[in-house]
Design a binder for this molecule. Structure first.
Ligand code: NAD
Length: 280
């Protein structure tokens, strides 16, 4: 078993600080990847309707011996799928996700993108609050929301999202949004926590910190997330990397390491700016 630390969300639900992300894992490979992750000690799995691998993920969850209450399953509403959202349409989408996953509840249900220009995220969010009330999602939250959209849903519903899942890695550390989250009791969950394995992991600063601790650059980055208080959901389909990415306890980055990593902030995103993103 791993020693993955947990955080307690604003409604008391406990969430592992490290999870396994399955974006871009084909449905027929998701079962093997999630099974490997569960065997390596991951208990939290991050999928989404648009990843089209809820079925494959669900098969792995169905075949494990791990008790359901020890697992933490996140999925997301693909709210770009429709021009207009009604309460009924959101409930239908949620039911369809549960069915594909083969579950009677998820631990976390997120709105995938705000589509801020359309403002229907408030209607959708209200329905997620209702879903949380039914117990079929133990917690609800959002993804890719910036401060104005967070303020809007909080003002309109008085229900603070448990989580905001956002692009976050040493090249794009999101200090301001993290501070807003901390002030309001919203957990920060980092997507693309390894910078999608592109240039970041070859950075010489990370190589130096990694050599100092006898760890890989990916392990240093994931340790950095944990010490910042983030939830991180690295993705890999390579069993050795899946194991490596959860083996990030038992050492600490010191103030010099953290200062060196802070110097990697380039202010640049890998993914789209949520203010402009509206895939249909
Ligand atoms: P990531 O930062 O987790 O990087 C994954 C890539 O890094 C892998 O494909 C591999 O190439 C490489 N890698 C992984 N482990 C490594 C290791 N130990 N050493 C060297 N290279 C390694 O990127 P991601 O997949 O974009 O993000 C992780 C998860 O975040 C996704 O699977 C998904 O669940 C979630 N996500 C959410 C959103 C959103 O809009 N909410 C967007 C993107 C991703």
């Amino acid at each position: 078993m791993s020693n993955v630390p947990s955080i307690t969300l604003n409604n008391g639900v406990v969430m592992p600080q490290l999870g396994f992300g399955v974006w871009q894992v084909p449905d027929d490979e998701a079962t093997a990847a999630v099974t490997t992750a569960l065997e390596a000690g991951y208990r939290s799995i991050d999928t989404a309707t648009v990843y089209e691998n809820e079925v494959g993920t669900g098969k792995a969850l169905a075949s494990t011996d791990i008790a359901r209450e020890e697992l933490f399953v996140t999925t997301k509403l693909w709210n770009s799928a429709s021009e207009t959202w009604t309460r009924e349409a959101v409930l239908r989408e949620f039911d369809a996700s549960l069915e594909r996953l083969g579950l009677d509840y998820v631990d976390l249900y997120l709105i995938h993108w705000p589509r801020a220009m359309r403002e229907d995220y408030v209607t959708i969010y209200r329905t997620l609050v209702e879903i949380a009330g039914s117990g079929r999602a133990k917690a609800i939250g959002v993804s890719n929301f910036k401060q104005p959209q967070l303020e809007r849903v909080i003002a309109d519903t008085s229900f603070v999202p448990a989580v905001n899942q956002i692009e976050l890695h040493p090249n794009f550390p999101q200090a301001e949004l993290r501070a807003f989250h901390a002030e309001h009791g919203i957990a920060t969950e980092a997507w693309s926590p390894l910078g999608q394995g592109r240039g970041l992991l070859e950075d010489p600063t990370l190589a130096r910190v990694a050599a100092k601790h006898g760890k890989s650059p990916a392990q240093i980055v994931l340790r950095w997330h944990l010490q910042l208080g983030n939830v991180a959901i690295p993705k890999s389909v390579t069993p050795s990397r899946i194991k490596e990415n959860i083996d990030v306890t038992g050492f600490e980055l010191d103030a010099d390491d953290l200062a060196a990593i802070a110097g990697l902030d380039t202010g640049t995103r890998l993914g789209p700016d949520p203010d402009e993103f509206d895939w249909s």
